[in-house]
Write a protein that binds this ligand. Structure first.
Ligand SMILES: CSC[C@H]1O[C@H](OP(=O)(O)O)[C@H](O)[C@@H]1O
Length: 401
């Protein structure tokens, strides 16, 4: 699956049936360690703790954790296999509430198990139901990489065209959180568009060498994304691995940055759940980025696979926003290089606020569709009809099926 040393370093999910391991993202960038996931309970724990995170990655790790578990079990009957799968999927669905990808995968995998159970010729067995599940979970892993590369290509062409229309030969982008290979099965969504732009995916081969007459991504700014620091720890790691020129900024600096640098043509972010009208839940801080982009007349682009779209939700009003432990704000987990003979990096909890400080720690916020210039999916780039303040994603996705 790797195409380069960078890919090898950035592989968030490793699956070699029946073995699943994940890159422990609580340790990045200071240590690159893989953790074995043998059961759905291991998968649930890894998702809740955010050892693995990112809307698509959460769904795939959940699916494959159960695939790993049932690959090592014998079921007395097809019904037993089906019932075990349904029970474990319901448990995995309790891990984190906001990213719809998890619930989309759970529904699809339950349907696979039910269909395998109903098989008459040949008659279903415990092994046949389990195999059908594992095959479907593996297909989700492969499909996510395909989707992300399509998002990268659609988004790169769209942004380059918008930059060129504004007379920008070399342009910059601003992004938030981590939406790259570490948040998905590979390549990434918003960061996947940045990767594709950097690789010249939007240019005809001939032009790619000279970039003559083409818009070229010159630099990427990214926010630290407190309190988990997906930007400062993970996006920085990915951009350095890929050799993409970039600059980290504090979340509090993004408005001043947009005001100071007109070559930033837009903001591109991921999504955890996009409602049918285009309202989008994403990492906390996204909403204020959208406000800043609108005030400064810049594009605000959401990149997400269709598995992040919740057509059952009319608007963002109904999106459940995960609230995490306030201690993630008041007590930063830091790494200290111990003065030991081996100079190990060890995790220490550093109190960054006085004991007793209260904190509000929503993990996501909702950006209204009105502030979103375009939604890039693997099926294409969707923009609002002139004068509209919302999208009709059921129509958009239906037309692009
Ligand atoms: C392509 S990842 C989408 C989304 O997931 C991240 O949240 P978390 O790190 O808490 O799992 C962030 O909101 C990304 O934009």
């Amino acid at each position: 699956m790797h195409q380069s040393p960078a890919d090898a370093k950035l592989e968030a999910i490793r699956w070699d049936r029946p073995r699943l391991s994940i890159l422990d993202q609580l340790l990045l960038p200071h240590a690159s360690e893989y953790v074995d996931i043998a059961t759905s309970a291991d998968g649930h724990r890894a998702i809740v703790s955010m050892q693995t995170r990112g809307a698509p990655a959460i769904a795939i790790v959940a699916a494959l954790s159960l695939a790993a578990e049932i690959s090592r079990r014998d079921f007395g009957s097809a019904q037993q296999a089906h019932d075990f799968i349904v029970d474990r999927l319901d448990y995995l669905a309790t891990s984190r509430p906001t990213a719809v990808n998890l619930f989309d995968a759970v529904a699809k995998l339950k349907a696979v198990a039910a269909s395998a159970l109903a098989s008459q010729s040949p008659a279903a067995t415990g092994a046949s139901v389990a195999l059908a599940y594992v095959d479907a979970a593996e297909q989700m892993l492969a499909a996510d990489v395909r989707d992300n590369r399509a998002i990268g290509s659609h988004g790169a062409r769209y942004i380059a065209a918008r930059a060129l229309a504004q007379g920008a030969g070399a342009f910059k982008l601003l992004t938030h959180c981590n939406t790259g290979a570490l948040a998905t099965a590979g390549h990434g969504t918003a960061l996947g568009i940045i990767r594709s732009l950097h690789q010249g995916a939007h240019m005809p081969a001939a032009a790619a060498a000279s970039a003559a007459g083409e818009a070229v991504l010159d630099h990427v700014y990214f926010g630290e994304t407190r309190p988990y620091n997906q930007g400062a720890r993970l996006t920085a790691y990915e951009l350095l691995c890929e050799g993409i020129p970039s600059t980290l900024v504090c979340d509090s600096a993004v408005s001043a940055l947009l005001r100071s640098d007109p070559s930033i043509v837009g903001v591109v972010v991921g999504a955890d759940r996009v409602a049918a009208n285009g309202d989008t839940a994403n990492k906390i801080g996204t909403y204020q980025l959208a406000i800043a982009a609108r005030f400064h007349g810049r594009e605000f682009i959401v990149a997400a696979p269709s598995t992040s779209v919740d057509l059952g939700l009319a608007s963002g009003e109904g999106i459940v926003i995960e609230e995490r432990d306030p201690a993630e704000i008041t007590r930063a987990e830091g790494f200290v290089r111990e003065a030991l003979e081996d100079g190990r990096m060890v995790r220490q909890t550093l109190c960054v606020a006085p004991e007793g400080t209260r904190a509000w720690n929503p993990s996501f916020d909702v950006t209204p569709a009105e502030l979103i210039s375009a939604i890039v999916t693997e099926k294409g780039v969707f923009v609002k009809t002139p004068g509209a303040t919302t999208y009709d994603l059921a129509k958009c996705l239906g037309e692009n099926n």
